[in-house]
Design a protein around this ligand. Sequence first.
Ligand code: AMP
Length: 215
Amino acid sequence: VLGKQGAGKGTQCVRLSRHYVIPHISTGDLFRTAAAAQTPYGKLVEHYIAEGELVPDDVVIGVVAERLAEDDTIRKGFVLDGFPRTLAQAEGLAELLAPDDLDLVLDLEIPKEVALARLSERRVCVSCGTNYSLSRPPKFDWTCDICGGEVVQREDDSEEAIRRRLMLYEEETAPLVAWYEERGKLAVIDGLGEPDEVQARMVAAIDAAIRSRHQ
Ligand code: AMP
């Protein structure tokens, strides 16, 4: 799933993974977990994340390669969230999956002003990653409804890091939309509206792609 920061990728990808009962692979989540555990590569990636910079392609591709080699993804498929983000990553992914390929790439579209507004309002559970916002807080005192974890503002949701991430999206990630379109893989999804409505659009696009493949 492609889409600028604030498009709701994380929330929608979690829901897709439940709907189709497949693993949700978020490179951002993998990096945040490694950074919190202070593993060697966690230490390597944490300053990129805090500053809104992209983690180097070879590190990202290595992490994804390891995850895709696990049993659950091999058996069931997967939904990728926040990866690929550069052309080199898209090419690396194609190599990892060959002779197979992605079934479909969804591009979740929202205007930049909406992205900025959503990101500055965003709050997230430090334990399970569930997203909230100032206008949709957890029920009790910034404690996660799902797991009881603390709900905070992400370090990289500072104004400066947000600006940098959106700029990198335009420079590095947006060209992937045309890249996947040329390969006949792309479905553009309107990311505005209630999360339920957006999810229904995504599921409809995926189901249509599955049906056409079986015809
Ligand atoms: P996300 O949770 O997807 O917004 O990712 C948070 C941060 O992790 C990004 O701002 C990057 O610093 C890093 N990151 C996540 N995925 C990637 C990726 N595919 N390529 C490079 N950096 C990434």
